[in-house]
Ligand binder design. Structure first.
Ligand code: PEP
Length: 250
C-alpha cells in the first residue's frame, strides 16, 4: 500500500533570523518530493519561516492556547495562528505536559481550538521510562488517546497526525527499536480505528536521525517522524525526508 510520509521538524526554542536564512538556502524548492515536510519554529519566527521557506513546506506552531481571546499573558490563540496561515500545531508535547503541567483535559481543549481554526493538530503521546519499566506503556497510551480523542472530534474535516514519542527517547539519544515503536503504533492504530474509518497517520518521535530513520520509517505502522535535535541541521533533516521518499518509491 502506498504510504505518504510526514516528516516534521520541532525546532523547540532554537533558531534566529540568520539561522532561518541559512537553513532555507540549502533546503530550497529543489528539495521537494512526494511526501509532506512540516517545520515548527518558535512562534516569533513563524512569519520568517513562512516568508523564507519554499512553498512546499508546511508550517506548524509548537503550542496553541486553549482560550479564544483575553487576559492570557504569553499565549497565542488558534485564530492568531490561522491569521498567519499556520497549517499544523504540535499539541501535548511531553515538554509542555511536564514543564507547563498540561493535562489531557487541557490538551483536548487545545485540539478543539486547532480544529475550530482549521489548523491540523499533531497530538503527541508517549510513556515515561518508569511507565515502560512497569509495563504500563499500553495503558498510558490508551488513556492519553481516549481522554483526548473521540469519534465526533475525528469526524471533523482536518488532517490530524498522532506522534508517538516515548519520553525516555526524546533528546536522549535513546531510540525505541523499530519493533518496539511499531508495536505501539499498531496499538494506537487499533484504538483510533474504533473511532474513525479515516486513516490517521502515526509518526514516531524520539532521537530520530539520519542513521536510524530508514529502519524506523520502513515499519508498517510508522508514517513519518517528529524530529527535534536532528531537524536543526537542514541537511540531516532533508536527508531524512529523502530517505522517506526512497522507501516510498520502493
Ligand atoms: C521532539 O522534541 O519531539 C523530539 C522527538 O526530539 P528529539 O528528536 O531531539 O528526540
Amino acid at each position: 500500500m502506498d504510504k505518504k510520509y510526514y516528516i516534521a521538524a520541532n525546532w523547540k526554542m532554537n533558531a534566529s533570523l540568520s539561522f532561518i536564512d541559512d537553513y532555507f538556502s540549502s533546503l530550497d524548492s529543489n528539495s521537494e518530493n512526494s511526501n509532506e515536510m512540516i517545520v515548527c519554529p518558535p512562534d516569533i519566527y513563524l512569519q520568517s519561516v513562512i516568508k523564507t521557506a519554499p512553498k512546499f513546506i508546511k508550517t506548524g506552531a509548537q503550542n496553541i492556547s486553549s482560550h479564544d481571546v483575553g487576559a492570557y499573558t504569553g499565549e497565542c490563540s488558534g485564530e492568531m495562528l490561522a491569521d498567519h496561515f499556520v497549517q499544523y500545531v504540535i499539541i501535548g508535547h511531553s515538554e509542555r505536559r511536564q514543564y507547563h503541567q498540561e493535562s489531557n483535559e487541557e490538551i483536548k481543549l487545545k485540539i478543539m481550538k486547532a480544529i475550530e481554526n482549521g489548523i491540523n493538530p499533531i497530538l503527541c503521546i508517549g510513556e515515561s521510562k518508569k511507565e515502560r519499566e512497569l509495563d504500563q506503556t499500553f495503558d498510558v497510551i490508551n488513556n492519553q488517546i481516549r481522554s483526548v480523542l473521540d469519534s465526533d472530534l475525528l469526524s471533523k474535516d482536518i488532517n490530524m497526525l498522532i506522534a508517538y514519542e516515548p519520553i525516555w527517547a526524546i533528546g536522549t539519544g535513546l531510540t525505541a527499536t523499530p519493533d518496539m515503536a511499531n508495536d505501539v503504533h499498531s496499538f494506537i492504530h487499533s484504538i483510533v480505528s474504533e473511532m474513525t474509518s479515516k486513516s490517521i497517520p502515526i509518526i514516531y518521535g524520539g532521537s530520530m536521525k539520519e542513521s536510524n530513520a530508514k529502519e524506523l520509517l520502513e515499519m508498517e505502522h510508522i508514517h513519518g517522524g517528529l524530529i527535534g535535535g536532528a531537524s536543526l541541521d537542514a541537511s540531516e533533516f532533508l536527508n531524512i525526508y529523502n530517505i522517506a521518499e526512497e522507501i516510498r518509491n520502493g
